[in-house]
Design a protein around this ligand. Structure first.
Ligand code: ADP
Ligand code: MG
Length: 159
């Protein structure tokens, strides 16, 4: 693991959701940003997005409720986009989904299965989820340097 990756460990889905809420609250007022989420099925990405979305006033139950939806757009201020590339083929798809348009709209886009974008967009931040045990996940952050990641990670579980 890259030493510059900042990480924390959560011990329940609720903790991951709360972490998502803190990150969402923090990024909401920081201008257009893409948040790339990486990790296997069941690693906790959608759980994190539920908390993140709550920071925009979007109810957790709306998140991921229709599994066939690739881009869910919420008319919040700023606009919030939840993009889930799970069902797309493993080919770079950044152009296909029109990600640039979302970014240029000044919104905040959170992308699950960001591996499939090909390359992360300029200025994107990333969050990586790893399964450590039934209720335990390691969650690490990149790209938050200079924007104070420690503000939302309650208990940095190491560097
Ligand atoms: P993904 O979107 O990465 O496929 P989900 O968030 O949909 O993953 O699913 C994660 C599953 O793991 C949920 O059933 C959740 O309740 C469970 N879980 C258990 N512990 C945690 C944790 N610490 N963080 C996130 N999810 C957890
Ligand atoms: Mg998911």
């Amino acid at each position: 693991m890259d030493n510059d990756r900042r990480m924390t460990v959560t011990n329940s889905a609720q903790e991951t959701e709360e972490l998502g809420f803190r990150v969402g609250t923090f990024l909401k007022n920081g201008g257009a940003v893409t948040v790339c989420l990486y990790g296997d099925l069941g690693a906790g990405k959608t759980t994190f997005v539920k908390g993140f979305a709550a920071a925009f006033g979007v109810a957790a139950r709306e998140i991921g409720s229709a599994s066939f939806v690739i881009v869910a757009e919420y008319e919040t201020v700023p606009p919030f986009y939840h993009i889930d590339l799970y069902r797309l083929p493993d080919e770079p798809c950044m152009e296909d989904i029109g990600l640039w348009e979302y970014i240029e709209s000044g919104g905040v886009a959170v992308v699950e299965w960001a591996e499939k974008l090909g390359e992360a967009p300029d200025g994107a931040v990333s969050v990586k989820f790893e399964y450590m045990g039934e209720d335990k996940r390691r969650i690490s952050f990149e790209g938050f340097d200079g924007i104070g990641w420690d503000k939302f990670v309650k208990d940095p579980g190491g560097k």
